[in-house]
Design a protein around this ligand. Structure first.
Ligand code: CA
Ligand code: CA
Ligand code: CA
Ligand code: CA
Length: 735
């Protein structure tokens, strides 16, 4: 076994030598191992939200006010008309509430719109979704988490999976805090349905040919793809598809949990700061060193200051060689600010850790397979802190290929279907030390969410002390490798338990609130103390970066409060000190959300059979994106999510009141009514507008058959058509 291992490392060193020659001009490459054995066990890629088929509706308490006290089948029918969906009364609940059923499940966003229509009708006091609650024990429902082999790399170590990072128990303590920022220096990000919106990052790639986005450095850190043709990176280098490597790494840190999509991340509530440093063929040391400093909040010439400094910086990249001076000085600078730099050890199958993971002050992370054995590709060395799941085959496995399904499993996270430029969202399996590093970055994010006062040395010491020993049959148990694999296998739950033994930790019960202006906002931290050490002091403080000052009530208690200002996002930090003098701090964020405001629309006149098209408008002082919707639209009318209302007046002559809504991202809606009078007018009423001077597109008198969007011109055909419709219309109206 030992002999095999020695030969293996020797072969790998020759390979590495060739690799470093072919990449002589390229400083750093993403450390995803090639997916040589990509299996067929992909979990299904869902394209839907969770489905909802029940609503809880509460009538008004006092008789005589619209729908009161008790729902009946008749009143339910009226609500169905208002909501514009079939509804049936299921049963009466406690506290005047009633359970209504939709006749078919709808997506949760549709269900929210239906509930909003009922609330805004004023007919009932409240309407809300009958949501499935989760047990306090957090087990993700995301399909990619539990599909076989699923996200084995997060699970508790058991059976054939000795490599799991032991997250499920950790998630009972925290899912991360929205106030913890994790910078990911990588290929940039793809906007993905399973990733929360990114913090405003930066693209540090100076060289246009590497950048592949048409220019040098810029403020858009999205990933345009890093596909290369044969010979593009070096003479004879292979072609490859776009990797979407950064999106995969970000998904491991913070993919959303319990949203029914893909898998989950380790710390789904933390925010990702995307910093783009890798493009076609890799990225340069000069750009990466600048990006390291910027990510931590240090100014870089000709780049706007980073408004969201990160405590944790993940680099899943590197190249062979000793730590360059440029990297060492950048890491020294960010460590001095308290930032923690987590770096993959490299995929050279070598006993030397790549740079910059081998720099002083970096947390070098090697990778292991599902069985806990050091991965066959993973570099090891004295700089390694711990090993984390990277997938692939273990080093000592002699028949990994044949038992791939249990021993060679890859790490499941987020990807993109595009082979060159971007395509649709996907899940993706990848293997490499690139995947191991973000497991540690995510775990540190959980630690800092429970206690942001921890310093680098304490974090390293807890990660090491709580690591599990590597399996005795694996490469890291060999005498020849003593001291080269770090302290063992990452164990998130043991690490968080070590954190709790050290002193108090804070579970922020109001981690991230959205409130209305002038609301009385409660800030609620619950503190878990270490044995025998009660808390002697609490102190809430407002962050210096808040947009305005607020006065905090009960700032020396675990629950403080303040009155919400008119606008903006506020951060507050709770500090708790126990009787042994141990300190914990944690932060909570509060976003003030205002209702959207609709712009008035003048009454519209529509000749029967003509086509009305107009842009409805609304504003949101918070800058939220708005979604338009309507209930009970007349036949032939439609309203797009962007507010484009279109109607051919084929309903009977008369006046129509059409309620419409604009909703922001937090489910707050403004209601307005569009008044349309359909008249018998013959000919062409080239009138309308009615939206004042805000760019309405007016009424277009055009044949329905050519309603592709252009304005109609009054030509002979149109006149004939109008007359024909008029005749048809009269015939209909006689019935
Ligand atoms: Ca650019
Ligand atoms: Ca860019
Ligand atoms: Ca998910
Ligand atoms: Ca808003």
């Amino acid at each position: 076994m030992h002999l095999y291992f020695a030969q293996h490392r020797l072969r790998a060193s020759i390979f590495l030598f060739c690799l470093s020659l072919s990449f002589a001009l390229t400083s750093a490459i993403a450390q995803t191992a090639p997916l040589r054995k990509a299996g067929s066990r992909l979990p299904p890629t869902p394209k839907f939200e969770p489905l909802i088929d029940r609503l809880i509706v509460t009538p008004h308490p006092i008789r005589g006010s619209k729908i009161d006290t008790q729902l009946t089948q008749g009143k339910t029918a009226r609500l169905a008309t208002l909501a514009n969906v079939p509804l049936t009364l299921d049963r009466k609940l406690s506290g005047r509430a009633h359970l209504l059923r939709l006749n078919a499940p709808v997506t949760s966003s549709e269900a929210r719109a239906i509930a909003a229509r009922l609330r805004h009708s004023g007919e009932v006091m409240n309407a809300e979704l009958d949501l499935m609650m989760q047990a306090d024990s957090v087990l993700p429902n995301d399909p990619g988490y539990s599909a076989s082999p699923g996200q084995w790399h997060y699970m508790a170590p058991t059976g054939n999976n000795l490599g799991g990072a032991d997250l499920p128990g950790s998630w009972d303590l925290t899912l991360g805090s929205e106030t913890i920022n994790v910078a990911v220096l990588d290929t940039g990000y793809r906007p993905h349905a399973d990733l929360l919106s990114m913090l405003p990052g930066y693209d540090f790639i100076s060289y246009v040919s590497t950048a592949n986005d048409g220019d040098g450095r810029d403020a858009d850190a999205s990933d345009p793809g890093d596909f290369v043709a044969v010979g593009e990176c070096a003479r004879g280098s292979a072609a490859s598809h776009s990797s979407w490597h950064g999106t995969h790494v970000m998904g491991i840190v913070a993919a959303l949990m319990n949203n029914g999509l893909y898998g989950t991340g380790i710390a789904p509530h933390v925010r990702i700061l995307p910093v783009r440093v890798l493009g076609k063929c890799g990225g340069y040391t000069s750009d990466i060193a600048d990006a390291l400093r910027w990510a931590a909040g240090i100014d870089v010439p000709n780049v706007p200051r980073n408004a969201y400094p990160a405590r944790i910086i993940n680099l899943s990249l590197g190249s062979s060689g000793t730590c360059s001076d440029a990297f060492q000085r950048a890491i020294d600078d960010v460590n001095a600010l308290g930032a923690i730099v987590v770096i993959s050890s490299g995929n050279g199958a070598s006993s030397a850790v790549n740079q910059p993971a081998n720099c002083r002050g970096a947390l070098a992370i090697t990778a292991h397979a599902v069985d806990g054995d050091n991965a066959e590709y993973a570099n090891i060395g004295p700089e390694v802190i711990v090993s984390a799941p990277g997938g692939g085959c273990g080093t000592v496995a002699t028949n990994c290929f044949s038992i791939y399904s249990s021993n060679g499993a890859a790490v499941y996270s987020l990807g993109n279907a595009g082979t060159t430029t971007q395509g649709l969202d996907t899940g993706a399996w990848k293997i490499g030390t690139s995947m191991a590093a973000p497991h540690v970055a995510g775990t540190i994010a959980l630690m800092l969410s429970l206690n942001a006062s921890l310093d680098r040395a304490e974090i390293i010491s807890m990660l090491r002390a709580s690591a599990r020993p590597p399996p005795p049959s694996g490469a890291c148990a060999l005498v020849a490798n003593a001291g080269l694999c770090g302290a063992g296998l990452l164990d998130a739950l043991s690490t968080l338990n070590a954190l709790r033994a050290r002193g108090p930790v804070i579970q922020m019960e109001t981690d991230s609130q959205v409130v209305a202006p002038a609301a009385n906002v409660l800030l609620r931290g619950s503190v878990r103390t270490a044995d025998g050490h009660p808390i002697v002091s609490y102190r809430w403080r407002a962050a210096a970066s808040n947009p305005a000052s607020v006065s905090l009530l009960n700032a020396d208690q675990p629950v403080a409060s303040f009155i919400a200002p008119a606008l903006g996002r506020y951060v507050f930090t709770l500090e708790a000190i126990d009787s042994a003098g141990a300190v914990a701090t944690a932060s909570a964020s509060v976003r003030i959300n205002n209702l959207p405001v609709t712009e008035p629309v003048a009454e519209q006149q529509l000749g029967w059979g003509s086509r009305l098209q107009l842009q409805l408008r609304a504003t949101d002082v918070d800058g939220d994106a708005l979604v338009f919707h309507a209930s009970a639209l007349p036949d032939g009318a439609s309203l797009s999510a962007t507010g484009l209302f279109t109607w051919s007046g084929t309903a009977p002559v008369g006046s129509y009141r059409i309620p419409w809504y604009a909703s922001d991202a937090y489910g707050e809606s403004a209601q307005a009514e569009l008044m349309v009078t359909v008249s018998e007018a013959i000919g062409n009423t080239e009138d309308i507008g009615g939206v004042g001077n805000v760019g309405n597109v007016g009424t277009i008198n055009a044949p329905i058959a050519s309603s592709g969007g252009g304005g109609g011109s009054l030509d002979g055909d149109l006149t004939l058509w109008s007359l024909a419709l008029l005749a048809l219309g009269r015939r209909i109206r006689r019935h």
